[in-house]
Every structure is written in structure tokens, then in C-alpha cells.
Design a protein around this ligand. Structure first.
Ligand SMILES: [Fe+2]
Length: 380
């Protein structure tokens, strides 16, 4: 296995400038600002907060009002802060505490859990590997593992320290699975479908996979030059996120990057590509990214609810397609969707690399002209 430099080790090495692989392309740098100042901004659009207290109310009018709010946020933003979601705050605190304690271990200790992407061992402790010619990297380390269904877990890969990690994470996964069902129901009703339809379409209790990724963003000496996670949309059906109240998440909404505020005891929920495809683009899978900062370590706990890779062909549901609203997405399995996204990204990177090379050549030519002109001036 090739040794991978952990961002945490790099951050702790005392560097004052970051290696060039972490520096974003110059077009992107223009939009990266101080995340603490960005979070304080009160003007402009804000990520909606949805109260789920009444999602299963016996009073039809009250229940429908709650479902309508959730639907509106899914249609407009595709991301929201969920409050009164039914998951005990103490349990969320236990999950966060155990994750923080694991990441508090020495890097050497965490390396015992290292993944090995080259051999397909994707679960475990890892960092992004450069997968393109520019070698672009992100300012984060992570821990990734499947948490539900329970019979598909590999507990031997889960952190043994701290001792409460397995119990707290297992309990949290069970609660999230129940929450996912409630949300799928409400979103199905929101599209005029049978309540259990969306959940069935993504694999139901047996096949829908919940995968947890703990993202660890060390303090960064030059946060204005880097990103913790580059801009992307989630491929999942739904993603549920906890964080340690350090801002970082930005959403691309209305042509601008909007910084999500930290809402105590909330869970951030994303609609992912899978639901965007099934709903034929009605529910949005929003482009988002993660900023880093100089002062505080940021940690987030994302749980991706994903359909099985090969068993299901994802395409807009027939009820979502009409003459006025033709299918926006071709049929693809989840694996094909992933491959398509990767291919498209590689093409875009090729184009931007070519553009950069051309710009470099133009700059070089301009400099040569300048030098010749100067020489000419000297000759005169
Ligand atoms: Fe994401």
C-alpha cells in the first residue's frame, strides 16, 4: 500500500503556506472568502429550516402543512436544516463525542484503520488521492464505513477506540433509518405518489445502504486558497449531516455561494442525485462545497442513503414524465451514474487544463514580446 500524507499531519507540521496541490484554480479562488464572516451575513437567501414535529401528526391538516414545507424546501433548495427530527440530542452528542475522540488519536493509531482505494478497500481511514493531471487535493481526512443494514456491516473495520463508538454509531444509524422512511414518505406524498413509493424505488429496508463518512478538516494556514471538499452534488437519495458547529458548508443557490448557518441540534439534509432523477428534476440535488478555516477544526458526520449499485435502474418515474415535461435523465444504474459523473468531471478537467496550458502559452508569448520590445528599446 502506498503511504498517503494525511492532511492532519501536514497541518500539524507547522507549515505556513500550503502545498500547491491544495491550491484551487484561480477562477475558484475568487469566490472563497472567510467562512466566519460569511456565516454572519444576514442578507440574501438562507438555507431553509424545516420543523418535522408534525410530520406524522394524526391531524391531517397539521400533517399536510408540515409535508408541504418539506416539499417546498426540496423543490427549491434540495437542502435544509431539520429540527424536531425525533433523533435524541444525547445520541447525536454521543456520536459526535466518539467521532471526535477517534480523530483525537495519533495519526499512527488511526493508520491502523487505513483504507486502500487501489485494492478496492474503500472502508476505513482515508484522504483524497489525486486522480487527475493537476493533482488537485482537498483539505480533509475522513473515516468511511457502511452503517446499515446491520447484516451488511463489517464491524471489524469500525474504530475500537473509543469503546462507545460502535454502540453509539449503530444506534444512530437505526434512528436515521427510521427518519429516512418518514422523509421518503413525505416526499412521495409531495409528488402525488403512494407514500411508500420512493423508498421502494431506492431499495427499501433491505437494499438501501447507509454509509457514514466522518469528515475531518484540520485548521488550514491559508484557508483562502483551499477547499475542504470541492463543489459537487451528492449521488445519494438522501444525505443526513451532523457537524461540530464550525461553519463550512456552502450551497450554490441563485448563482451565488451561500454559507449555511450552524443551527443547534439540527440535522442538515440533502436531496441527492438519486431523488432528483426519480422526480425528473423536481426535487433538487444542490451543488455544494466545504470551506476550511485557520482557527478551528471542523468535523462533520455525513450519512449517505444510497440505492444498491447494480440492482436498480434509476430513471424518472413514469408519473413524473409527460409531453410537457420529458425525461431529463437517461436510465442508469447507480454504478453507471457514478461512472458517468466521473467521466464528465474528467472531461471538464481536461478542458480546463487545456485552457490553463493555452493561457500559459499566451502569457509566455506576451512576456517574450515584452522582452523583445524591451530589447528593442535597449537597442534603440
Ligand atoms: Fe456532499
Amino acid at each position: 500500500m502506498v503511504a498517503v500524507e494525511r492532511v492532519e499531519s501536514l497541518a500539524n507540521s507547522g507549515i505556513i503556506s500550503i502545498p500547491k496541490e491544495y491550491i484551487r484554480p484561480k477562477e475558484e479562488l475568487e469566490s472563497i472568502n472567510d467562512v466566519f464572516l460569511e456565516e454572519k451575513k444576514e442578507d440574501g437567501p438562507q438555507v431553509p429550516t424545516i420543523d418535522l414535529q408534525d410530520i406524522e401528526s394524526e391531524d391531517q391538516i397539521i400533517r399536510e402543512k408540515c409535508i408541504e414545507e418539506l416539499k417546498k424546501a426540496a423543490l427549491d433548495w434540495g437542502v435544509m436544516h431539520l429540527i424536531n427530527h425525533g433523533i435524541p440530542v444525547e445520541l447525536m452528542e454521543r456520536v459526535k463525542k466518539t467521532g471526535e475522540e477517534f480523530f483525537g488519536l495519533d495519526v499512527e493509531e488511526k493508520e491502523k484503520y487505513a483504507n486502500d482505494q487501489a485494492t478496492g478497500k474503500i472502508q476505513g481511514y482515508g484522504s483524497k488521492l489525486a486522480n487527475n493531471a493537476s493533482g488537485q487535493l482537498e483539505w480533509e481526512d475522513y473515516f468511511f464505513h457502511l452503517v446499515y443494514p446491520e447484516d451488511k456491516r463489517d464491524l471489524s473495520l469500525w474504530p475500537k477506540t473509543p469503546t462507545d463508538y460502535i454502540e453509539a454509531t449503530s444506534e444512530y444509524a437505526k434512528c436515521l433509518r427510521l427518519l429516512a422512511t418518514k422523509v421518503f414518505k413525505a416526499l412521495s406524498i409531495g409528488l402525488g405518489l403512494e407514500p411508500d413509493r420512493l423508498e421502494k424505488e431506492v431499495g427499501g429496508l433491505e437494499e438501501l445502504l447507509l454509509q457514514m463518512k466522518i469528515n475531518y478538516y484540520p485548521k488550514c494556514p491559508q484557508p483562502e486558497l483551499a477547499l475542504g471538499v470541492e463543489a459537487h452534488t451528492d449521488v445519494s437519495a438522501l444525505t443526513f449531516i451532523l457537524h461540530n458547529m464550525v461553519p463550512g458548508l456552502q450551497l450554490f443557490y441563485g448563482g451565488k455561494w451561500i454559507t449555511a448557518k450552524c443551527v443547534p441540534d439540527s440535522i442538515v439534509m440533502h436531496i441527492g442525485d438519486t431523488l432528483e432523477i426519480l422526480s425528473n428534476g423536481k426535487y433538487k440535488s444542490i451543488l455544494h462545497r466545504g470551506l476550511v478555516n485557520k482557527e478551528k477544526v471542523r468535523i462533520s458526520w455525513a450519512v449517505f442513503c444510497e440505492p444498491p449499485k447494480e440492482k436498480i435502474v434509476l430513471k424518472p418515474l413514469p408519473e413524473m414524465v409527460s409531453v410537457e415535461s420529458p425525461a431529463k435523465f437517461p436510465p442508469r444504474t447507480f454504478a453507471q451514474h457514478l461512472a458517468h459523473k466521473l467521466f464528465r468531471k474528467e472531461q471538464e478537467e481536461l478542458v480546463s487544463e487545456k485552457k490553463e496550458q493555452e493561457e500559459l502559452v499566451t502569457e509566455k508569448k506576451e512576456q517574450e514580446v515584452l522582452v523583445t520590445e524591451k530589447k528593442d528599446q535597449v537597442c534603440v
